[in-house]
Design a protein around this ligand. Structure first.
Ligand SMILES: Cc1cc2nc3c(=O)[nH]c(=O)nc-3n(C[C@H](O)[C@H](O)[C@H](O)COP(=O)(O)OP(=O)(O)OC[C@H]3O[C@@H](n4cnc5c(N)ncnc54)[C@H](O)[C@@H]3O)c2cc1C
Length: 243
């Protein structure tokens, strides 16, 4: 299928950790780049005499302009992740999209977002969208409880920590649970894997939507916990796998 290719120009680049970057782009061909919180774009670039296409979740909420953000991890020996992380300000990349069905359900029910690594990207989009204002000046969360459970090994890899902590301070219905699997002795926050924290939050509840994003091993493990061990309906567990 032929896709309409667009051009993204890099306007801001921030190093989040040794291997991870936050990148901000402007889309050249349009004045407004429309997408749903949680969707991804497909970057398509030539490699030798062929083209390589890779998906990247949009890490910003829909805005009334032509910008979007990505949260990119350099994969060892990987082509596209290094191509994008090596871009300088003003450089461009070609892409098509938005694509994907990993978007918020219309029901106003409590939600738990579960991510590891750059799986945080679609949840930065969804959280900022939910706690932003709609056209009539109402916050879109509609009063629901929103948990963000974010797991990583080391404290250096807790991306966007300050942003989520300030949202927690502003909104009593936003709960940010960052957990480290290899925490240093002086870490005063949560420890262990995301599964343990999801299990504690849900307890005996089955009326929550859980959204999971990251590498397949973690995604499968959280799905197994909820569907097989806790007896949840499959449709309540929505997921996006990066590999
Ligand atoms: C819907 C979707 C959304 C995604 N969003 C993001 C995102 O927001 N940020 C992000 O950083 N990535 C994201 N990814 C992963 C991304 O599409 C690429 O797979 C990743 O950047 C590696 O591509 P590459 O061309 O650099 O590596 P490749 O040249 O494809 O692979 C090189 C080697 O790395 C292994 N590998 C491939 N992907 C990964 C991975 N993700 N982690 C570890 N090893 C891997 C391969 O098996 C191979 O051995 C997403 C994937 C999907 C399907």
């Amino acid at each position: 299928m032929e896709h309409n290719l667009l051009t993204a120009r890099l306007v801001k680049s921030v190093l989040l950790s040794e291997k991870t970057k936050h990148l901000e782009f402007e889309v050249e061909e349009v004045s407004s780049f429309d997408f749903l919180a949680g969707q991804f774009i497909s970057v398509r670039e030539p490699r030798g005499d062929k083209f390589v296409t890779r998906a990247y979740s949009i890490a910003s909420p829909p805005r009334a302009n032509n910008t979007f953000d990505l949260c990119l991890n350099r994969v060892d020996e990987g082509f596209m992740s290094n191509f994008l992380c090596d871009r300088e300000l003003g450089d461009t990349a070609r892409f098509h999209g938005p694509h994907g069905l990993f978007v918020l359900k219309p029901e106003v029910e409590d939600v738990i977002f579960v991510a590891t690594g750059t799986g945080i990207a679609p949840f930065r989009s969804m959280v900022q969208h939910l706690f932003g204002m709609d056209g009539s000046g109402q916050q879109r969360h509609g009063g629901r409880q929103v948990w963000l459970v974010y797991g990583t090994r080391y404290c250096e890899d807790v991306y966007y920590k300050e942003e989520f902590e300030s949202l927690t301070a502003e909104h009593p219905n936003f709960h940010y649970v960052a957990t480290l699997s290899r925490a240093p002795a002086d870490w005063t926050g949560n420890r262990g894997y995301v599964q343990e924290h999801v299990y504690k939050i849900v307890g005996s509840r089955k009326d929550v939507h859980v959204y999971i994003c990251g590498l397949n091993e973690m995604v499968s493990s959280v799905r197994r916990l909820l569907i097989e061990e806790c007896g949840w309906e499959k449709k309540r567990v929505i997921y996006e796998r990066y590999d």
